[in-house]
Design a protein around this ligand. Structure first.
Ligand code: PEP
Length: 257
């Protein structure tokens, strides 16, 4: 059975004081869950890079993992403002989000660059959380599958299916991110199944074991029905991850699924 993953993407939110308070609340609430519930999932917190060390320290000794929101593919050099995979390892990150739609759309990252980031992350033993998803226009044009598979195949072609053994895919329909709109459980399941089938065609074992999580306005009120779907292995949570009670409820919904 695949272990689930509930990942918090704080985006560009938080400050030292509020981070401390949010994490204290989350850690306290998690103590209230049973060992059985806790064993069902991994939890990942992805704060802004500046706070990775603060958050990492706070998570020490807990089961929560630390992830970054971005990485540059080069090992080092003249890339002002960027952070390498090795630097993320240095501050004890285990995961890094790659190809978030905000990076694709706002910062113009293309499939090739994203594929390079994916490989650079893995070369430094980071687990990439690869985000893929269609825009509203593509969904309305009936091109969801082409869009999602195009993004996925760009990385598959670059890194090979073996590289997906130790990675996570996040299906995040762009129209559902931060908008309050959520894909219906059936819409999400359809794309998750397609992603899994595409990977399974290349390697059945990898397809079976890879975690495919859903992101796009996940909240405590819609989490359970999403998690009831066969191919949804957790969630990448933006806005709701900034409210401890919400985030823990989403985790709890996965555990009791
Ligand atoms: C995200 O940023 O990855 C995300 C899914 O955001 P939200 O949950 O706010 O839609």
């Amino acid at each position: 059975m695949r272990k689930g993953l509930i990942a918090a993407n704080w985006k560009m939110n938080g400050q030292e004081e509020s981070n401390e308070a949010l994490l204290s609340e989350i850690l306290e609430a998690l103590h209230g869950l049973s060992a059985h519930e806790n064993a069902q999932t991994e939890i990942l917190i992805c704060p802004p890079a500046l706070y990775l060390q603060q958050v990492g320290k706070k998570l020490e000794g807990s089961q929560l993992k630390l992830g970054a929101q971005n990485v540059h593919p080069a090992e080092s050099g003249a890339f002002t403002g960027e952070i390498s995979a090795q630097m993320l390892r240095d501050v004890k990150c285990s995961h890094v989000i790659i190809g978030h739609s905000e990076r694709r759309e706002v910062f113009g990252e293309d499939d090739q660059f994203i594929a390079e980031k994916f490989s650079a992350a893995q070369a430094s033993d980071l687990i990439p959380v690869l985000c893929v998803g269609e825009t509203q226009a593509l969904r309305e044009a009936g091109e969801t599958s082409e869009a999602v598979l195009g993004q996925l195949k760009a990385v598959l072609n670059h890194a090979g299916v073996d590289a997906f053994k130790n990675s996570v895919i996040a299906y995040e329909p762009v129209w559902a991110i931060g908008t309050g709109l959520t894909a219906s459980p059936e819409q999400a399941q359809e794309v998750h199944a397609l992603i899994r089938a595409t990977i399974s065609e290349l390697d059945t074992g990898v397809g079976e074991q890879i975690k495919i999580i859903y992101g796009g306005s996940v909240k405590s009120t819609n989490a359970a029905e999403l998690f009831a779907q066969q191919d949804i292995d957790g969630a990448l949570v933006g806005g709701a991850s900034l409210v401890a009670e919400e985030f823990v409820s989403i985790w709890s919904a996965y555990c009791s699924n």
